[in-house]
Design a protein around this ligand. Structure first.
Ligand SMILES: Nc1ncnc2c1ncn2[C@@H]1O[C@H](COP(=O)(O)OP(=O)(O)OP(=O)(O)O)[C@@H](O)[C@H]1O
Ligand SMILES: Nc1ncnc2c1ncn2[C@@H]1O[C@H](COP(=O)(O)OP(=O)(O)OP(=O)(O)O)[C@@H](O)[C@H]1O
Ligand SMILES: [Mg+2]
Ligand SMILES: [Mg+2]
Lengths: 228, 228
C-alpha cells in the first residue's frame, strides 16, 4: 500500500541542514497494522508527512498504492489525499470555525456524500468514541483529548485505503486510548484499512502487528513488537 | 501555595451548560509535587487554568499564596502570573515569530533580567533538555515533542513559586519524559518549587508524591499514587 524507497528529507534551518530522514526503506503492504516509535525528533512526523503527500522527499521515492507521488499532478495528489488517505495530525489541525460534526464529516462532504447520510455516519462515530452530545461544539470548546478524537473521526469516517495517524492517543487516558485502538483494529479487520501510526505509548506499540523504530532519521528496528 | 475552595466551573456551549468542575476542594501546600489524572474531559485543563488565573470560577474561590484571585486587580493578576506562576499549556502556546531561545527566555525578559544573563540561562536549560543547537529555530521548525520542551523551559527558567503543567510529557518518548520529570524533581528538591501537573502516563503519576484523580469534574481520589 505504501513504499518509501531510499527516502531522505533535509530541512534547512538558518544556515544548518537538518537531516530529518536518511536513507529510509519501508514497505507497508496493504492491510498492514504498523506502529512507529522512536525518540522525540527522530523523524516520525516527517515520515508520515511524506507518506501522506503533504511534503516531498529530498531524495528517494514515495509510492502510494503503486503510484510514485512525484509523478502525480497537484490535483491528482489532492484526489489521492481525499479518496485514499486519512491523516491524523499531531496537533489535530481542526478547522476552528467548523463544529465537531462538520470537521468529522469534512472528507465525506468533499466526496459528495449526501448531507443526511454523512451527518448520520459522523454523529454515530462521534458517539462511539465518547463525543456524543458534543457534535455542535467548536474545537475551542473541547478538551485536548476530545479534539484529538474529532481529528481521528475525520480520518476514519471516510474509510480510506490507508490511515496515517501521528500520535493519535497522546492526549487521552489509557482507557480511551485502548478504545480508540480497538476501533482502529476493527476498521482494519472488517475493511482491510491499512494503518501506519506513530506513538510514544508502549501499550499501543504492543498491539500493532509490526513495530518500526526510528532513531536520528533512520530505521533502527523493523519487526515484531515483542519484548519492547 | 494553592487552594481551590468549593470551586465550580460551568461553560456554556450553545444552549447547554457544561459543568466542567463541580465543588472541587483542593489544597496544594508549598513544596508539593502533585500529579493530576483522570479521563479525557474530566476537568484537568480547566482546573489548571483556574489555578493559573487564566480563567475565573463560576463558584468558589481560588487562592494563590494566600491571595484570593478574585480580589486582585488585572495588573496584580498579571504580575502574579509573571512572577510567581510558570504555566505549561497542553498545546504549548509558543509565539510563532520568536525563536526557541526567545520563547524560553520570555518571562525573564518580562522581569527585566539582562540580555546576556537570560540568554546564557536559556541556552543552558535548552541544552539540558536535548534542544542544544536548536535555539534559533522557530516553533514550526521543531518536532511536537521539541516544541513541548521549549514550553517547559519557558515555565521553569524563571524559577517561579508554582509550576502548573498541562500534560507536559504527552508528546515525548518515555526516556525524554523521565529526564523531564527528573528535571522537575530537581527544581522541586533544590528550590522548593511547587508542582501541579496533569498527565495520562502511569509512570509519571507514580513519581509524584501525591495523585489527584478527577472524574466528571469532581475529585474522585486524592492521596498516594501507589497501586495505580
Ligand atoms: N521545518 C523544519 N525545519 C528544520 N528542522 C525541522 C523542521 N521540521 C522538523 N525538523 C527537525 O526534523 C527532525 C524530525 O522531526 P519530526 O517532527 O519528524 O520528529 P518526531 O519523531 O515526529 O518527534 P516527536 O516525537 O517530538 O513528535 C527533528 O530534529 C526536527 O527538529
Ligand atoms: N469553552 C468550553 N465550552 C464548553 N465546554 C468546554 C469548554 N472547554 C472545555 N469544555 C468541556 O469541559 C470539560 C472539561 O474539559 P478539560 O479541558 O478541563 O478536560 P481535560 O481533563 O483537560 O481533558 P483532556 O485529558 O482531554 O485534556 C470537557 O467535557 C470539555 O468538553
Ligand atoms: Mg512528531
Ligand atoms: Mg486537557
Amino acid at each position: 500500500a505504501l513504499v518509501l524507497e531510499n527516502v531522505s528529507k533535509n530541512y534547512v534551518a538558518g544556515d544548518v541542514v537538518v537531516p530529518a530522514l536518511s536513507g529510509v526503506d519501508l514497505i507497508i503492504p496493504a492491510g498492514g497494522f504498523v506502529a512507529m516509535a522512536g525518540p522525540s525528533g527522530s523523524g516520525k512526523s516527517t515520515l508520515l508527512n511524506l507518506a501522506g503527500a503533504l511534503d516531498v522527499p529530498t531524495e528517494g521515492r514515495v509510492l502510494v498504492e503503486g503510484h510514485d507521488l512525484s509523478g502525480l499532478t497537484t490535483s491528482e495528489q489532492a484526489a489521492l489525499r481525499r479518496d485514499r488517505i486519512g491523516f491524523v495530525f499531531q496537533n489535530y489541525n481542526l478547522v476552528p470555525v467548523l463544529t465537531a460534526l462538520e470537521n468529522a464529516e469534512y472528507v465525506l462532504m468533499l466526496r459528495g456524500v449526501g448531507q443526511k447520510e454523512r451527518r448520520e455516519r459522523a454523529r454515530a462515530l462521534l458517539a462511539e468514541i465518547g463525543l456524543g452530545g458534543m457534535e455542535n461544539r467548536f474545537p475551542r470548546q473541547l478538551s485536548g483529548g476530545q479534539q484529538q478524537r474529532v481529528a481521528i473521526a475525520r480520518a476514519i469516517l471516510a474509510e480510506p485505503a490507508i490511515v496515517l495517524a501521528d500520535e493519535p492517543t497522546a492526549n487521552v487516558d489509557s482507557r480511551t486510548a485502548s478504545d480508540l485502538l480497538a476501533l482502529m483494529e476493527k476498521l482494519h479487520a472488517d475493511r482491510g484499512v491499512t494503518f501506519l501510526f506513530s506513538t510514544h505509548d508502549l501499550d499501543v506499540m504492543r498491539r500493532a502487528g509490526r513495530l518500526v523504530w526510528l532513531r536520528d532519521g533512520r530505521i533502527f528496528y523493523d519487526g515484531k513488537p515483542d519484548g519492547f
